[in-house]
Design a binder for this molecule. Structure first.
Ligand SMILES: Nc1nc2c(ncn2[C@@H]2O[C@H](COP(=O)(O)OP(=O)(O)OP(=O)(O)O)[C@@H](O)[C@H]2O)c(=O)[nH]1
Ligand SMILES: [Mg+2]
Ligand SMILES: [Zn+2]
Length: 301
């Protein structure tokens, strides 16, 4: 038996596939993980014991996580690439803003990727998110430079691609790393929805260091994911609002119904995009509804 430390690259049917110097080792988790109600995640650094001839082993322990996302289920993430298409499916700004908030709350850098720029205009999306201070990339299959720029932004990090089913996550990853030969699927024209082609999260090592993850997409309807924070913390997930919130009349202003609110003035003046503000208000409302027992940070468990 050999011991090693390596990253979990995928997990399927109760097996975890851990990267070692000998290659990918198929591991089971020791029973105590189940007893502690702890699920291992793709992205975890695992301590394993394995038989190098059979390439099978067990995970004995995992290192403390930097962060953990629920959906997609992946840990130790540095950058979250939120992919949205100009059309087919239509972008949902609230879901984008929620994903950005989830990323920031977990100390992850959010990045916006606008796909299908051959089918529709990227301009208004780009403007909203560039103005808010985030990195924005554009891609389509005929534009090699977009994929190239994104590829150059990946090194030495764990980068996760998320977004609706059918926006083109796997297509983009194939454009950057053709050797991966990821499966892609047509979008249903009738429903303007993807077909959930990617079925599990998988991390791929990148030749110059770092990893990238393809993940299963969601549809706008089943995108249910709570931010799990207090109402007064939501504002910290909107760093673009920070310059505008010091002059409100009330020091504890939540910037929703109050008078003389400098954030609302910034929206009226066009300094903040109305959709960003609407998402903020909607997330505050959601935070109010979450029950206290749902808030217990699952993240670091
Ligand atoms: N015209 C156009 N089509 C694209 C573009 N990107 C992806 N597609 C097409 O969109 C469809 C869905 O692409 P996928 O890469 O499978 O989408 P996905 O985001 O991985 O979807 P899931 O795995 O279901 O989450 C495929 O038919 C792609 O060929 C693009 O930039 N322009
Ligand atoms: Mg896919
Ligand atoms: Zn205010």
């Amino acid at each position: 038996m050999k011991t090693a430390q390596g990253r979990i690259l995928k997990g399927i049917g109760g097996f975890y596939y851990v990267e070692t110097e000998d290659g990918l080792v198929e591991c089971r988790a020791r029973g105590h993980f189940r007893n502690d109600d702890m699920t291992l995640l793709v992205g975890d650094m695992a301590e394993i014991e394995y038989d190098a001839d059979k390439m099978k082993g067990v995970v004995n322990a995992i290192e403390e996580r930097k962060n953990a996302l629920v959906r997609p289920a992946v840990s130790n993430v540095d950058k979250l690439y939120i992919v949205c298409s100009t059309v087919l499916p239509q972008p949902n700004l609230f879901n984008i803003d929620k994903l950005i908030a989830i990323a920031l709350h977990n100390n992850i850098e959010p990045v916006l990727v606008i796909s299908k720029t051959d089918l529709g205009k990227a301009h208004s999306l780009r403007e909203i998110y560039q103005k808010a201070g985030f990195s924005v990339y554009e891609t389509n299959p005929d534009d090699k430079s977009g994929a190239e720029q994104i590829k150059n932004s990946l090194s030495d990090k764990i980068s996760v691609f998320t977004g609706n089913s059918g926006v083109g996550k796997s297509t983009l990853i194939n454009a950057m790393f053709p050797e991966l030969l990821l499966k892609t699927g047509e979008v249903s024209l009738k429903l303007s929805r993807g077909r959930h082609t990617t079925r599990h999260v998988e991390l791929f090592p990148i030749e110059n260091g770092g990893y990238l993850a393809d993940t299963p997409g969601f549809s706008s309807i089943d995108f249910e994911q709570n931010l799990e924070i207090e109402k007064d913390e939501v504002i910290s997930c909107f760093p673009d609002f920070a310059p505008y919130i010091s002059d409100c009349r009330f020091p504890d202003c939540l910037h929703i119904g109050e008078r003389d609110c400098s954030l609302k003035k910034a929206v009226e003046n066009g300094e903040i995009s109305p959709s960003r503000y609407e998402s903020y208000v909607a997330l505050c409302k959601e935070a109010e509804k979450i029950k206290p027992w749902e808030k217990q940070g699952r993240s670091k468990k």
